[in-house]
Design a protein around this ligand. Structure first.
Ligand SMILES: [Fe+2]
Ligand SMILES: [Fe+2]
Length: 326
């Protein structure tokens, strides 16, 4: 992994205009952290995977007739989906969420944070390390159970997109600021994987339990980062708001849009030739339908942007309109 985490600190960015923060409105969601968090109160889940590895309804590719008509292929495709989701989660926690959360916990945020908020960032840091551990454990088990090839995963789309954005904005925007917003978006998106999969009784009970463990913690992280987003947005300069604002829909797209290159590799792996694999993806992912589905999935995050007055900047509003998210 080559995530571009630099040693610069947010507090060293001269362009940041740190207004005195308001501490009103933040109620810590971690009051019962010791009793409720996975890392403090639960254990690694044990068991065999005997049921479906993933919700078929959460993977449009699996519903394509060329796949759904072959039970073995269908199961393999669902297993690769779970494998990739787990690896995605591990990489996101280790390479992105925790380096940024550590900055906040140690007082290197772009604006002042309260002692309570720093303590909560420490708790998130511990939680994410636990998530990295249990998702990696389950990923290894899934790989073994379904005889999956690790090389099929490649690098997740969200990381490639982040790297492209960092490169395109070199010298214009602080890398750390871009990374902070990247993490804030990822932490405020409560994906269907977290909300639907734990309750889908068709899915294997071990998989559901692990995803539920994650979802329970992330509901609290969502509240923390949602609060922090407004604070940070209000503390950056007008120039940074306009430039960062234009990047935000790209982040939403990177996290919620389908990773078609990964799915192409799956299709090739299960036996389709290049042309057929591309043809299937074109049939499954019609651009206007993808945009609608991303918009629907991003409702809480889009509301967070609206509440922070992100769309008041015309160029930013236009960028979201270009993606058909507003
Ligand atoms: Fe997490
Ligand atoms: Fe989190």
């Amino acid at each position: 992994m080559t995530a571009k985490i630099t040693t610069e600190t947010l507090v060293q960015q001269p362009s940041l205009n740190c207004d005195p923060p308001s501490i009103e409105g933040y109620v810590s969601p971690f009051a019962n952290w010791s009793q409720e968090s996975w890392i403090r109160s639960r254990s690694l889940r044990q068991g065999e995977i005997t049921g479906l590895p993933f919700s078929p309804e959460l993977m449009p590719l699996a519903a394509h007739s060329a796949i759904a008509s072959d039970q073995d292929m269908w199961l393999k495709v669902l297993a690769y989906k779970l494998f990739s989701y787990l690896r995605f989660t591990t990489l996101l926690e280790l390479n992105h969420v925790n380096p940024i959360t550590a900055d906040i916990a140690s007082g290197r945020a772009p604006c002042k944070v309260t002692t309570q908020e720093r303590q909560d960032a420490f708790r998130i840091y511990c939680d994410e390390a636990g998530h990295g551990l249990f998702t990696e454990e389950l990923a290894l088990q899934v790989q073994k159970t379904f005889d999956l090839h690790h090389s099929m995963l490649g690098r997740p789309r969200m990381e490639l997109e982040l790297e492209a954005i960092l490169e395109q904005n070199k010298g214009q925007l602080s890398e750390k600021l871009i990374q902070l917003f990247f993490v804030s978006i990822s932490e405020t998106l409560i994906t269907k994987y977290l909300t639907v999969l734990p309750h889908d009784t068709k899915v294997d009970s071990l998989v559901r339990a692990v995803v539920k463990d994650h979802a329970d913690d992330e509901a609290k992280h969502h509240l923390f980062y949602r609060h922090l987003f407004g604070r940070i947005w209000n503390s950056i300069t007008c120039y940074e708001k306009e430039e960062m604002g234009k990047i935000l829909p790209r982040f939403v797209n990177a996290f919620l849009g389908p990773d078609q290159e990964f799915e192409y590799r799956i299709l090739r792996q299960v036996g389709f030739n290049q042309a057929d694999a591309r043809g299937i993806l074109e049939e499954v992912y019609v651009p206007s339908e993808v945009a609608k589905s991303v918009k629907k999935a991003a409702v809480p995050t889009l509301k967070m942007f609206k509440d922070a007055n992100v769309f008041e900047i015309k160029a930013v509003e236009q960028s979201f309109e270009d993606y058909e998210y507003i």
